[in-house]
Design a binder for this molecule. Structure first.
Ligand code: NAG
Ligand code: NAG
Ligand code: NAG
Ligand code: NAG
Ligand code: NAG
Ligand code: NAG
Length: 466
């Protein structure tokens, strides 16, 4: 063959370049949160937070930092974690007033003590990599990198501005550490540093952010209203049916929509299934909402049916609550429980820390189920009755708070855009493309040889037929 590896090398380089651009542009929609606070009793200038859902760019960060640092103590601590997303604050943070189950007890106390912390839930990734140069520029001092193990030797002089960069050591993943353990390990380090500052009477400004997001979240930059499930945002004619609302003839406080609500029960080793969707939505629903209630912090939607799966009385209850999570500085709503009641018995499934949305948003998920990588887990894992029920809600959307009209707000989706499946598909197609490119390249390089022998030797003479 006349193709050499040398001639194929440019094609491979081009491919690798292509791959790296894809990888980097695929992530530019990702955001990390940033939390800025100052030592106790040293108020930061009050700044209006960015509107919900908007992404803070590097330039906006610059203006936030310059007004914060103009008045704040000049000793600045930058806590950099490898990965962090605003969702970590909800999933692992404590609900307001309850610090026991929080992974961030030190951070939460520091924020509560500080008079006006600044929380930017979504800082663009470009902005987060610009933070160190920006701080250096504002403070006029080079960063000092600090290893948490050398914390004990830290001696600071309050009158000399310093920029301390503390790379938080714990990292989730690689099977060694759960995300929660990594976050609480890092929180302990934050607590130690803050204690040292306090012990040495040094006033400080602290910033907690990350190098990259811990999970890829949806890009909210295009504005809260314009994206998401536009199909359900307004009662457009395309809608197969409107969402279920409660109360019926007034401004609703709860909205629910699903393509299907499948409920299965196991009886004598056989599964019996019913789709409650047609009984719940559409033109001829046969459901009552007795016992449904809502107030500003708790919502309970009870769907009561009759003669379902051979049960006389059957109900499905969705319990939601909302609360303020200090670290993310906003209220989040969670779907806490889904309860199945059948003829006086009941099984309860927990969804609390998996199913959540900012309180102004609705929650949407293509599939909410208690089977396999489930969002709903049995409240009591030992409860045998729970294993005899399967719930599977598809194209599920619920909003229990801040409903203002008969349409869902922007939906917080349970799946980020770049799911593992999408990545695998993308990489597989790129690999195929490489093989194809290489094949094509080989074909174009193919040349018929004009000689069949050593070109330096005498030419072959082919005897001609007379
Ligand atoms: C802090 O720095 C100032 C100015 O450099 C110096 O005068 C002072 O002695 C230092 N204080 C301590 C405790 O080192
Ligand atoms: C609702 O369901 C019950 C039980 O299956 C049935 O008896 C009743 O006729 C239904 N009502 C309507 C309006 O379909
Ligand atoms: C909302 O309802 C729950 C449950 O009924 C109750 O515990 C709570 O006090 C109520 N909150 C308000 C603000 O009414
Ligand atoms: C946020 O939650 C708290 C309770 O944790 C509640 O008092 C407050 O009204 C909520 N704010 C909004 C805007 O819903
Ligand atoms: C279900 O939720 C409750 C309260 O949110 C919690 O106490 C309980 O541990 C949870 N159960 C499981 C199995 O996660
Ligand atoms: C009806 C209702 O709860 N409206 C609230 C929705 O959220 C906005 C922003 O947090 C509040 O200002 C409204 O009062």
């Amino acid at each position: 063959m006349a193709v050499s590896w040398v001639s194929a090398a440019p094609a491979i380089m081009v491919f690798l370049l292509f791959l790296s651009t894809i990888l980097s542009t695929g992530s530019c929609g990702d955001q990390v949160p940033l939390v800025l606070w100052s030592s106790e009793g040293y108020p930061l200038p009050r700044q209006s937070p960015p509107p919900a859902g908007s992404v803070v760019s590097a330039a906006q960060l610059d203006s936030y930092l310059s007004s914060a640092l103009s008045a704040a103590p000049q000793n600045t601590l930058l806590f950099l974690q490898d990965e962090l997303s605003v969702d970590d604050f909800t999933v692992f943070g404590g609900v307001f007033g309850n610090k026991q189950d929080s992974a961030f007890p030190h951070l939460e106390s520091a924020l509560q003590a500080s008079s006006s912390p600044l929380v930017l839930p979504a800082l663009s990734w470009g902005g987060s990599s610009a933070i160190l140069p920006l701080l250096q520029q504002h403070l006029g001092t080079p960063p000092l990198y600090l290893d948490p193990t050398s914390l004990a030797q830290l001696r600071l002089n309050a009158s000399v501005p310093t920029l301390l960069v503390i790379h938080l050591p714990y990292k989730a993943g690689s099977g060694l550490m759960s995300p929660r353990d990594a976050l609480s390990g890092n929180d302990v380090v934050i607590g130690q540093v803050l204690d040292i500052m306090k012990a040495q009477d040094v006033l400080y400004t602290a910033i907690y952010t990350a190098l990259k997001p811990s999970r890829v979240v949806q890009d909210l930059s295009e504005g809260v209203q314009s994206i998401g499930r536009t199909l359900l945002q307004a009662p457009v004619p395309v809608d197969p049916y409107p969402p279920l609302q409660f109360p019926k003839n007034a401004t609703p406080c709860i909205l629910l929509w699903a393509e299907s609500l499948l409920v299965s029960v196991q009886r004598d080793n056989k599964w019996e299934t019913v789709d409650l969707g047609p009984l719940t939505f559409g033109t001829s629903p046969n459901v009552t909402l007795t016992n449904t209630m809502c107030n500003t912090t708790k919502t309970r939607l009870v769907l009561n049916y009759q003669d379902i799966l051979q049960f006389k009385a059957f109900s499905l209850t969705f319990s939601m609550s909302q609360g303020f999570y200090p670290v993310s500085a906003r209220n989040w709503s969670t779907l806490d429980f889904v309860e199945v009641e059948y003829d006086g018995l009941s099984v309860v499934f927990n969804g609390s820390r998996n199913i959540y949305a900012p309180v102004e948003y609705s929650y949407h998920c293509q599939s909410v189920t208690n089977i396999r990588d489930a969002l709903l887990v049995p409240f009591n894992p030992k409860d045998i009755a729970a294993s005899q029920w399967m719930l599977s809600f598809s194209d599920f959307q619920i909003q229990g708070f801040n409903v203002t009209k008969l349409a869902f707000s922007y939906a917080n989706d349970c799946a980020g855009f770049f799911t593992p499946g999408i990545w695998m598909g993308l990489l597989t197609s790129l690999l195929m493309l490489l093989i194809l490119t290489y094949g094509l390249h080989m074909i174009t390089q193919l040349r018929t040889m004009d000689r069949f022998d050593d070109p330096k030797g005498p030419a072959i003479s082919v005897p001609q037929n007379e």
